[in-house]
Design a binder for this molecule. Structure first.
Ligand code: ARG
Length: 421
């Protein structure tokens, strides 16, 4: 009964003590890769004020997560919170941008409850991602921290254009920008309307109509200009690139991360390593596309492209991991259900990573790419109190991260274990 009285203010997010204290059996230190026993995390407002191990429990509102292991809230570096996994191909044309933004509210909550406390949103028409990010920051909506790109930039008829309709509909995606200066202007426009990062389409893709996955789209010259413009403004660039040549040229242009990287070869891997380019390889989504995609409206030509892409991407993921390239977890959630993001972790282990490497890809590596390593993706004094807990040891069974029991974001409890008392 006494403990229940303590929980009520927690759920109401009323802090009747100056600080909150989280205790558990273990904590995964993502910087050292070590499992630490008896963590005591002291939280004041939205930040961690101290972490100690063993010894007396500090004063404050206690959240006792005995039987659990704590980790920093995880980061998905490639999601589309305003997109629905149920609407692909022509089905997507029936939803307005406003409807997509409202659906984003539901997706944001599902994502956060799954233990993903930060998302990099890579591509949203109408700056719906900016609106969602701001609504979350203003606490109108429950969701993860968001770093957003606004509309993806790409060539006329490319993966980031809309190629579904005939000429007379004059349908062109707002991110279409051809030539270095048009592309530079598009970068400036995206920044003007709130983009934190720039997303470009360097090659064709699986889910776009009429594009070849392996073929480069933006030229090296265009990509260099985009990167120059974005970096001058302090923004990182993420390049969608499946094809071998497109991957080289995106890296040579200086992008900060290559998304998908399906047909990266040894030369591309060496180049990524030399330049410190991060790879964000979405190696789970192939299972959804080939399993459920047809029902969701994915075109037959896209299913055919996926059959030729997913397997190779997984093998190349293994090669990149073995070569020691910087890896982050990017899932493409939105193509598949939001909240299933962390299913990718077990695939990352199956295809070459150790469990701690997979966790690092979704935490400290990601926060470094975002230049936020003092604030997110790590539990240390001064960082945001973004904390998740699982039952058991994720370093011996990574799949337990598919059932995160506890979520705290910025010191606010979002989810408690079902058996919490
Ligand atoms: N958005 C990506 C595209 O359309 C999804 C690729 C998914 N397939 C994969 N094997 N990762 O190209």
């Amino acid at each position: 009964m006494f403990r229940i009285l303590f929980i009520i203010p927690l759920l109401l997010n009323v802090n009747c003590f100056a600080q909150t204290v989280l205790i558990a059996d273990h904590l995964v230190d993502v910087e050292t890769g070590k499992m630490m026993a008896e963590p005591r995390i002291v939280i004041a407002d939205d930040r961690v004020s101290s972490i100690t191990f063993g010894g007396p429990i500090p004063n404050g509102t206690l959240i006792d997560l005995s039987g659990h292991t704590l980790l920093p809230g995880l980061i998905d570096m490639h999601a589309h919170l305003t997109a629905s996994h149920l609407e692909h191909g022509y089905k997507r044309l029936a939803s307005s941008q406003t409807r997509a933004a409202l659906r984003g509210v539901k997706h944001a909550k599902a994502t956060l409850q799954a233990g993903v406390t930060t998302v990099r949103n890579l591509g949203a028409p109408g700056f719906t991602d900016v609106a969602l990010r701001d609504a979350i920051a203003d606490e109108d909506v429950i969701g993860p921290r968001m770093y957003v790109s606004g509309p993806s930039l790409g060539i006329t008829g490319g993966h980031c254009d809309n190629n579904l309709l005939a000429y007379e509909f004059q349908a062109e995606s707002e991110g279409v920008a051809d030539g270095p200066w048009e592309a530079a202007k598009a970068v400036r426009r995206n920044i003007k309307y709130g983009a934190d990062v720039i997303k470009i389409c360097a090659t064709g893709g699986v889910l776009s109509k009429g594009t070849k996955v392996g073929v480069q789209q933006y030229s090296l010259e265009e990509m260099k200009k985009i990167v120059e413009e974005a970096h001058r403004r302090g923004k990182i660039v993420a390049a969608h690139a499946h094809g071998t040549e497109g991957v080289y040229n995106a890296i040579l242009a200086g992008v900060d991360s290559v998304e998908h990287a399906s047909f990266i070869d040894d030369k591309g891997i060496a180049l990524a390593k030399k330049n410190g380019t991060h790879l964000s390889m979405d190696i789970y989504v192939t299972e959804y596309i080939l399993g459920e995609g047809e029902k969701a409206g994915i075109l037959e030509e896209s299913l055919e492209k996926e059959r030729k892409t997913g397997g190779t991407q997984r093998e190349n993921f293994r090669k990149a991991v073995n070569a020691g390239v910087k890896m982050v977890m990017g899932t493409d959630a939105g193509v598949y259900p939001h909240g299933d993001n962390l299913k990718q972790l077990s695939r990352m282990v199956e295809f070459g990573m150790s469990p701690i490497e997979a966790i690092q890809a979704a935490s400290i590596n990601a926060s470094k790419l975002l230049k936020q390593e003092d604030h997110i993706g790590v539990l240390k004094a001064g960082a945001y109190a973004d904390v998740i807990a699982v039952k058991g040891n994720p370093l011996s069974d990574i799949s337990i991260l598919e059932s995160v029991q506890f979520v705290m974001k910025g010191g606010k409890t979002i989810k408690l274990p079902a058996d919490f008392e």
